[in-house]
Each structure stands twice: as structure tokens, then as C-alpha cells.
Ligand binder design. Structure first.
Ligand code: ADP
Ligand code: MG
Length: 263
């Protein structure tokens, strides 16, 4: 078997006197599309940030793309070039006077070398991802002036122009309306069909899980409580346990939603 893209062993992250993430063993294989689902505060962002070395665990081992992230073996900037990351917060570039095309191009600078000029082949790649994500018309617009959904897509383009071997997304549909949520879910679905990339996606809503996701890890209170194909993991009991009230689960063509059960 190929070496897993992500390997976690005996991981413990403690902050403020609490165990905020505790994962005994978790592997993500090449070509997997896995979603980590859990309520707010479950430790989802802590997990992604630990994989990138932005958070130092207290105990345990993490390997990403075969490189040791914890305990750290080498500077991580070389590894981070190989990992596309779409963070939860959109505000990072909110005040930055850059166009959509320039924000997407930031993803290429790590590859080309920081502060080096991008080549025309780099710009072609940037433009091709903007086109594929339906942002071609917006390329010269100010990033700060875009809607939340358009900004999210720009950040996905920025991650993809890195030509990553692993894509990490932290709540890519958070704070989006239904139209934009569907735009992002569709974009992820197409992206997977076109690239067969390994994807680890974090979300707190069932509705954000794209159909290409064939594995669901449920996180609660910093611990995985279920791990398997969505159709096996997502029973009404699991959904109630996660979200605390009586809910009815809907499943349609590998998409999921929950509504209050009523009496
Ligand atoms: P999620 O992304 O699932 O909403 P997080 O990973 O952001 O959750 O956080 C998990 C828990 O850890 C939360 O309860 C959060 O308040 C807590 N936490 C995160 N970072 C710190 C920190 N530096 N100090 C104390 N508590 C933290
Ligand atoms: Mg989070």
C-alpha cells in the first residue's frame, strides 16, 4: 500500500488546561476525499493547523506527504508548498489592495520563489484556475470588493495554482448563502473529478459535504467518535448526538441535510 498522505499517531493538543484535540490514529490515503464533521469547538481547525505545523501538539506524531511535521524534522516551508490550504477566515486579504488575479497568484509565489517574478507559464496557470472556477470575468476586480462566495473561490484558485498534492479546506461554505454554498460544493466536486486530488475538508454542516466525499470522520470534544462512509456514519442518532436536538436526516444522491424532527 502507498504511504498515507496524512498520518497521525497518539496526538494530543492541550491549550488552556484542556485537551482540545486527541486523536489516537488517523490516516488519509492518496486520492481520498475525507470530511471532518463536528460542531463548533470540536477541534476541527486545530486538526488542520496541526497538519500544517501552525499549531504544535503536546504529544504525538504527525506526518504529511511522508514528511515529519511533529516532532518537526526540517523547516516546514518546503512541505507547505505541496499543501493547498483554504483557511476559515476570509478577512486575511480583506484590506489588501490586490486584484482577484493577484491574490490567486500568491499561491504561485511559493513555487516560483518568494519575490521572484512569475513567468508567463505561471500566469497561464493562474488564469486557467480562475476560468475553471468561474472567476475569469472577475480577474481584474479588487478582491476586497467581492462577495464572500467569490472570495472563497478565489482562495480555492490560490490553493490550486500551487498544484498541491493535498488540499485542506476549513469550512469552505461558512457564512455563505445557499446559492454560494452550492457553487462551492459543485466547484469541489468538479475539482475532484478533474484532478483526483487528496482532499481533507472540515465542516460543521451536513449540507457542506460534497458527493465526492467517501469518508466522514466525526469529531466531538476533540475526539473522533465515528469514521466511515457518510451513508454508514450519518444515522439520526449520530446527528442528534452531534447537534443536541431531535433532528430528521435527509439524504439525496450523496447529499445530506437535517431539520428539527417535531413531535
Ligand atoms: P472548531 O474549528 O472545530 O470550531 P477549534 O479547533 O477552533 O474548533 O477549537 C477547539 C477548542 O479549542 C475550542 O473550544 C477553542 O476555544 C479551544 N482553543 C483553541 N485554541 C485555543 C488556545 N490557544 N487556548 C485555549 N483554547 C483554545
Ligand atoms: Mg474552526
Amino acid at each position: 500500500m502507498n504511504q498515507p498522505v496524512v498520518e497521525i499517531r497518539s496526538l494530543l493538543v492541550r491549550r488552556g488546561g484542556q485537551n482540545i484535540l486527541q486523536v489516537e490514529r488517523l490516516n488519509v490515503g492518496r486520492g481520498d476525499v475525507a470530511a471532518v464533521l463536528g460542531p463548533n469547538g470540536a477541534g476541527k481547525s486545530t486538526l488542520l493547523n496541526s497538519l500544517l505545523g501552525f499549531i504544535r501538539p503536546n504529544v504525538g506524531e504527525i506526518r504529511v506527504l511522508g514528511r515529519r511535521v511533529h516532532p518537526p524534522a526540517a523547516p516546514l516551508y518546503l512541505l507547505r508548498r505541496r499543501v493547498g490550504f483554504v483557511p476559515q477566515a476570509l478577512a486575511a486579504h480583506g484590506e489588501t489592495p490586490l486584484t482577484v488575479r493577484e491574490v490567486a497568484a500568491i499561491g504561485r509565489t511559493g513555487i516560483a520563489g518568494l519575490f521572484r517574478r512569475l513567468k508567463s507559464s505561471d500566469w497561464r496557470l493562474v488564469d486557467s484556475w480562475l476560468e475553471r472556477l468561474g472567476l475569469g470575468e472577475l480577474a481584474e476586480r479588487a478582491y476586497a470588493g467581492l462577495s464572500g462566495g467569490e472570495q472563497r473561490k478565489t482562495l480555492i484558485a490560490k490553493a490550486m495554482v500551487q498544484e498541491p498534492e493535498l488540499l485542506l479546506l476549513d469550512e469552505p461554505t461558512a457564512n455563505l448563502d445557499l446559492f454560494w454554498r452550492e457553487q462551492i460544493v459543485e466547484a469541489l466536486e468538479r475539482l475532484y473529478e478533474q484532478t483526483r486530488l487528496t482532499v481533507l475538508l472540515v465542516c460543521h454542516q451536513l449540507e457542506a459535504i460534497p458527493p465526492c466525499c467517501r469518508r466522514l470522520v466525526v469529531l466531538r470534544g476533540g475526539r473522533p467518535v465515528a469514521d466511515g462512509p457518510p451513508e454508514q456514519v450519518l444515522g439520526e442518532r449520530m446527528v442528534e448526538e452531534l447537534y443536541g436536538s431531535r433532528l430528521r436526516l435527509f439524504a439525496s444522491r450523496r447529499r445530506y441535510a437535517a431539520v428539527p424532527a417535531g413531535e
